[in-house]
Design a protein around this ligand. Structure first.
Ligand code: NAD
Length: 461
């Protein structure tokens, strides 16, 4: 057995793990990064990046459909899904290579294989050639999460997929039932519906996007319905059956038993954290998540955890930050995570982005809430783009401090950083209302929503 001695061992090469490895190496630590699959984890290989690459195909289709409005007649004569998937694979490969080069530049030693934690100072990695023993002073666990399957008869049929398989479909199906109208389900619906796939979403709750602002979610559902997507809410799948032509999905809605036929089913009902793989450590685990302090250290001294494993929001950008904080503390610095301003983005059409508290959360916390709104249909830039749907909502407390914000609209994911910065720097609604925003831009809607709180929005009656 080969032996490697290092200061810090990182288990998992996703956003949390590779960020931790780079940061620890930047500080001067010797680092071994253990990863059994591709570097970049779910986000880069089978999550954020590939879905966004394929969403660009859908967006292109939507542009073609809308082109007449702009004086150009065109039609979508053929969709070659293989070409779209090929492009997605090239984007992923490009980024894979980039991250591997970054790690190499920083002198991180990547060991490819399945790692097992033996004790607080030792891991064993089964590589394709041999077993490698990694002795270390500190360990950062960043083993991520994987798709969960609902306990439904027929869930293991070939035509039933999780997001992992759905990203590599050889061809577009005629129709698809998506179980779960959360982030993944809605992004896949957005990706496939404009390309002609008949989408039905079955969601057990009485609303889509649980966790996000209710007003935003309900407006998004209305807009997606207009795009031809069918929603079955308060509905539960009971069985999936293989038929001659595809699948039949049985589901209950209230006391009614219903059926629907489709070519494929996508299960998007949440993710299971890989926290059950460290039985040799006496880790404190709560609701499947590895508990850490704000320094990302677990109850076992010298063992840190970051990313999905910690059960905070499953977001790559949060994982980057947790990985960096874990690395700094493992190196001996004193760094703390701050969860006050964590933005989240859903790449639907239009996009949803949010940060801080929703109006409902703030009310539940007993805060006397002020909510300012501005509709994109009153924003010049939105009209020039032909993207008038959605609105900005800014939430402030009694002192007018911004404590949350939600955006439904084109490029919402790019705009949310302004509100994230506002919360991070404890800015007040008046600060943003008095800040000059460039014209014509979509960001003026944030300016006007803050103006609405202060009673001085300029383009609002
Ligand atoms: P999710 O928790 O966002 O949504 C799952 C949905 O499935 C929920 O609405 C839930 O009520 C529903 N559900 C659960 N069991 C069901 C059942 N048996 N029948 C019908 N509906 C059922 O989970 P997800 O969409 O799988 O995403 C997983 C994680 O990945 C999320 O935490 C998400 O934030 C993250 N993610 C983020 C992004 C992004 O940032 N853009 C993209 C994809 C995923």
């Amino acid at each position: 057995m080969k032996t490697l001695n290092t200061t810090i061992a990182v288990l998992g090469g996703g956003p949390a793990g590779y960020a931790a490895a780079i940061r620890a190496a930047q500080l001067g630590a010797e680092v071994v990064l253990i990863e059994e699959k591709e570097i970049g984890g779910v986000c880069l290989n089978i999550g954020c990046i590939p879905t966004k690459a394929l969403l660009k195909t859908a967006e292109t289709g939507t542009v073609i459909k809308k082109s007449k409005e702009f004086g150009i007649e065109s039609s979508m004569s053929k969709i070659d899904w293989n070409v779209s998937v090929g492009r997605k694979n090239r984007v992923v490969k490009n980024l894979n290579t980039g991250v591997e080069q970054l790690l190499a530049f920083h002198g991180v030693n990547i060991v490819k294989g399945r790692g097992t934690v033996v004790n607080e100072k030792k891991l064993v990695v089964a590589t394709s050639e041999e077993e490698v023993c990694v002795n270390c002073e500190k360990i950062i666990l960043a083993a991520g999460a994987e798709p969960m399957l609902p306990p439904v008869k027929g869930i293991h049929l070939d035509a039933v997929m999780t997001s992992n398989e759905a990203l590599s479909m050889g061809e577009l199906p005629e129709s698809m039932v998506i179980i779960g109208a959360g982030v993944i389900g809605l992004e896949f619906a957005t990706m496939l519906a404009p390309l002609g796939v008949k989408i039905t979403m079955i969601e057990c709750k009485d609303r889509i996007l649980p966790g996000e602002d209710e007003e935003i979610a309900s407006e998004l559902q209305k807009l997606m319905k207009r795009q031809g997507i069918t929603f079955k809410l308060s509905a539960r799948v009971t069985e999936i059956e293989k038929t001659e032509n595809g699948l039949t999905v049985h589901y209950d809605m209230g006391d009614k038993a219903c059926v629907i036929s489709c070519s494929k089913v996508l299960a998007a009902v949440g993710r299971k954290l890989n926290s059950d793989k460290f039985s040799n450590l006496t880790l404190h685990i709560e609701n499947g998540a590895v508990v850490t302090d704000e320094r990302m250290e677990t109850n076992v001294k010298g063992i840190y955890a970051a990313g999905d494993l910690t059960g905070n929001k499953l977001l790559a950008h949060l994982a980057f930050m947790e990985g960096k904080i874990a690395a700094e503390n493992a190196f001996g610095l004193e760094s703390r995570m701050d969860y006050v301003a964590v933005p989240s983005c859903v790449y639907t059409n239009p996009e949803v982005a949010a940060v801080g508290m929703t109006e409902e959360e703030a009310k539940r916390a007993g805060i006397s809430v002020k909510a300012g709104r501005f509709q994109f249909r009153n924003n010049g830039r939105a009209l020039t783009l032909g993207e008038r749907e959605g609105f900005v909502k800014v939430i402030a407390n009694e002192k007018n401090e911004i404590i949350g914000g939600q955006i439904l609209g084109v490029n919402a994911s790019e705009m949310i950083s302004e509100l994230t910065l506002a919360i991070k720097l404890k800015a007040k609604a008046g600060d943003l209302a008095d800040m000059i925003h460039p014209h014509p831009t979509l960001s003026e809607a944030i300016w006007e929503a803050c103006g609405d709180i202060m009673g001085k929005a300029l383009h609002k009656i």
